[in-house]
Design a protein around this ligand. Structure first.
Ligand SMILES: [Zn+2]
Length: 330
């Protein structure tokens, strides 16, 4: 074939191949919601939503505010789940087991404050001393479920596979703590469409992955009461956006974070509410940040009527006091 003819033939094939690719790949729909009916949008909006507000008239011991400190013991599990074997990342996670968790446990001991620890089962299996260390405290810290390997459930995107991972995680933690865990927190706080049904079927007392209110509430699944207590979290009261993720330790001063955490507590105190704080041993377990947490707890303890409790204790209290709640909102 002459060079010009050969070139034309190649170009023709390329154009045909290109058009085939275009024909096979549907155009991206940036706003699928604009095509949906209100009925469809209602179903999507309220597949998982906020039901009864579970705000008790009083907290135990006539306290004014409930403080539930939580630590997600991710360490390197999220990196391993994604196959990220960059040892800068892995060792940063390892720090959580080596120095972060022990330092946090010492601080909680110093202040005599209990906390809840949400542990991916793989994280516990790779550092098997962590759970015995947590449970050795006389403060009766709680251990809850945080996935098998910090899998991102929407990315798993498979109902049976998600169920397998949840069952494995519950079985592993049940053996490690000597009883069935009652609390669930989704890895990265992300549910799939199947998560609410699976954690309900597993019999969890509470979840702590959603953020539709400052107060505890009952989760509705497709508009129906689930019986699961939600203890809401928030990115504002989470160390990750400040010290992890894109920030990656670049936040120059923990005192700026302390200011946010403390202001959130002060308003919760004024309103007689619930204050849930999420932290990670591999992030907050560092020296300057435990010093910040020390100051925060000191500030809380300087006020009368602060009830420090595990998530389990808070969930049991608000569920028991649910007759003092308002009507469903949907
Ligand atoms: Zn996590």
């Amino acid at each position: 074939m002459a060079p010009m003819k050969r070139l034309l033939a190649v170009l023709t094939v390329a154009v045909i191949a290109g058009s085939m690719v275009v024909a096979q790949t549907p155009a991206p729909v940036p706003h699928p919601g604009i095509k949906l009916s209100l009925d469809d949008l209602h179903k999507q909006m309220f597949h998982v939503s906020a039901g009864r507000r579970l705000k008790p008239k009083t907290w135990p011991n006539n306290s004014r505010v409930a403080v539930a400190l939580s630590f997600d013991v991710d360490n390197a599990s999220a990196a391993l789940a994604r196959g990220n074997l960059n040892y800068e990342v892995i060792s940063r996670g390892e720090y959580g087991a080596v120095d972060g968790l022990p330092r946090i446990l010492r601080l909680l001991e110093k202040h005599k404050v209990p906390a809840s620890f949400f542990v991916p089962a793989v994280s516990a299996a790779l550092h098997p001393k962590m759970i015995p260390d947590i449970l050795a405290s006389p403060l009766k810290h709680e251990v809850g479920v945080h996935g098998w390997i910090h899998e991102l459930l929407p990315a798993v995107n498979n109902e049976a596979e998600e169920q397998r991972l949840l069952t494995q995680a519950i079985d592993h933690l049940t053996k490690a703590i000597g009883r069935k865990p009652v609390g669930y927190r989704a890895p990265s706080w992300q549910f799939s469409q199947w998560t609410p049904g699976q954690i309900k079927a597993a019999g969890f007392l509470y979840d702590s992955s959603l953020m539709a209110s400052d107060d505890a509430y009952e989760i509705l699944i497709d508009g129906q009461p689930s019986g699961i207590v939600e203890l809401p979290i928030e990115r504002i009261v989470d160390d990750f956006p400040y010290f992890g993720g894109n920030a990656d330790g670049s936040n120059p001063t923990p005192s700026a974070v302390l200011e946010v955490f403390q202001s959130e507590f002060d308003v919760a105190y004024e309103e007689g509410g619930l204050y849930v704080l999420t932290m990670h041993p591999h992030l907050t377990g560092h020296r300057s940040r435990v010093a910040m947490l020390d100051k925060l707890i000191q500030h809380m303890k300087s006020k009368p009527g602060v009830w420090f409790a595990t998530h389990e204790d808070v969930a049991r209290h608000v569920k028991g006091a649910s007759q003092a709640t308002e009507a469903p909102r949907h």
